[in-house]
Design a protein around this ligand. Structure first.
Ligand code: NAP
Length: 249
């Protein structure tokens, strides 16, 4: 996909899984610079840096906790200082702490809402000003199938991901006149560290519920993110694009 020449991209949670696949996809699509945020996994972040460089883009690993709103503001400021612009923001960092609702601890509720939802809000708030100044930008939020359907044992995670859909639509309306498009990608079950913890029985049950009869690959989600960030999606904003093998239509 073309159209990313000279573009600066920030992918949160870019050290592993879907975030890494997005970072590499933007590099392959010709982006100038990909900034790879991560929480603590330095080795994985450096591996993504290497892959992005091999794909032909400049890469920079940037460690900060997306639930820290001040750190989000500083991160965007430092990107603007170093690279002069920020064209694409991919809010991908996320965590899931599964528990039945009666057993959800306050701190686990807060953690999921703070990382998955507040983090995306904080980065959108920080990125919107420079994007307005440069008269354009694209923001893609990684929601989840369970944000659309709900899932037992995932009250906090589902709430955070449903919240991201509301956030996406509200900000899409607010920023459309400034040529900033805001969309969400909603993966089903994708093969990453997040789903590798599932036992064989649960994995089989999940696969049985997918019409395409397999888990998705991170690269397949990254292609949807790339599309929504590209000029090919110039008339699409406020959309939630499902990448779920038909699991929920
Ligand atoms: P993953 O493999 O578990 O990777 C999570 C990423 O988020 C890592 O890069 C991690 O950094 C980063 N991260 C976690 N907490 C962070 C924080 N506080 N600040 C900054 N970065 C943080 O996840 P994934 O499966 O690729 O999922 C990516 C996104 O897609 C998530 O939002 C997830 O909810 C969503 N999603 C995934 C699936 C799926 O089936 N996998 C389905 C639907 C939606 P470190 O490496 O430094 O820990």
């Amino acid at each position: 996909m073309s159209g990313f020449k000279d573009k600066v991209v920030l992918v949160t949670g870019g050290s592993r899984g879907i975030g890494r696949a997005c970072a590499v996809a933007f590099a392959k699509a010709g982006a100038a610079t990909v900034v790879i945020n991560y929480a603590g996994n330095e080795a994985a972040a450096q591996e993504t840096v290497k892959l992005v460089q091999e794909a032909g883009a400049k890469a920079e690993a940037m460690k900060f906790d997306v639930s820290d709103t001040a750190a989000c503001s500083s991160a965007v400021e430092s990107i603007i200082k170093a690279h002069g612009r920020l064209d694409v923001l991919v809010n991908n960092a996320g965590v899931a702490v599964d528990a039945l609702v009666m057993r959800v601890k306050d701190e686990d509720w807060d953690k999921q809402l703070d990382i998955n939802l507040k983090g995306a809000f904080a980065l959108i708030r920080a990125a919107s000003r420079p994007m307005m100044k440069q008269r354009g930008g694209a923001i893609i939020n990684l929601t989840s199938i369970v944000g659309e359907t709900g899932n037992g044992g995932q009250a906090a995670y589902s709430a955070s991901k449903a919240g991201l859909i509301g956030l996406t639509k509200a900000v899409a309306k607010e920023l459309a006149s400034r040529n900033i498009r805001v969309n969400a990608v909603s993966p089903g079950f994708i093969s990453t560290d997040m789903t590798n913890v599932l036992n064989d029985e649960l994995r089989k049950k999940l696969v049985d519920s997918v019409p395409l009869a397999r888990l998705g690959a991170p690269e397949e989600v990254a292609q949807a993110v790339l599309f929504l960030a590209s000029d090919a999606a110039a008339y699409i904003t406020g959309e939630v694009l499902k990448v779920n093998g038909g699991m929920y239509m």
